[in-house]
Design a protein around this ligand. Structure first.
Ligand SMILES: [Fe+2]
Ligand SMILES: [Fe+2]
Length: 140
């Protein structure tokens, strides 16, 4: 792991901002009973791509360096939980739905997706990214 990889952390952090913005947009659409299908499809695509990238360029080298006590297995489990939550929301979406009950049913599913994503992103930015930067700068 080399210091030039620090740009990776910057890029992943910017992607987090983008993902959280899309989640907010999704909530606004649900609150105003608008079609969420397109925003959700973008969010799911972006999250899956982000997870693949993280697992390849960050988790793998970090896990190899830190060994069996690393937090990587837990972080990967969190990715899978978020993907399951995405699948639940995805299965419930109906294009052009307008009924209040449809949006009432959608809200708790989005709430749990939102909680999982926020907790995961916080953990990465406060713990994992810090750990990676510390390692890459040779301070550990
Ligand atoms: Fe992640
Ligand atoms: Fe991330």
């Amino acid at each position: 792991m080399r210091p030039r990889s620090l740009g990776v952390i910057q890029a992943l952090t910017e992607e987090h901002h983008d993902i959280l913005r899309q989640l907010t947009r999704l909530f606004i659409e649900v609150e105003s009973r608008k079609d969420t299908v397109e925003t959700f499809a973008r969010l799911r695509l972006e999250l899956n791509r982000h997870f693949r990238e993280e697992e390849t360029i960050l988790y793998r080298p970090l896990g190899a360096h830190l060994g069996k006590d690393s937090p990587i297995a837990e972080m990967i489990r969190e990715h899978r939980s978020i993907q399951s939550a995405l699948a639940r929301v995805g299965a419930s979406l109906k294009p052009h739905a307008r009924r209040r009950t449809y949006f009432d049913d959608l809200r708790p599913m989005l709430d749990s997706l939102d909680k999982l994503v926020h907790a995961h992103v916080n953990k990465e930015e406060r713990v994992l990214f810090w750990l990676a930067v510390t390692l890459w700068q040779g301070r550990m």
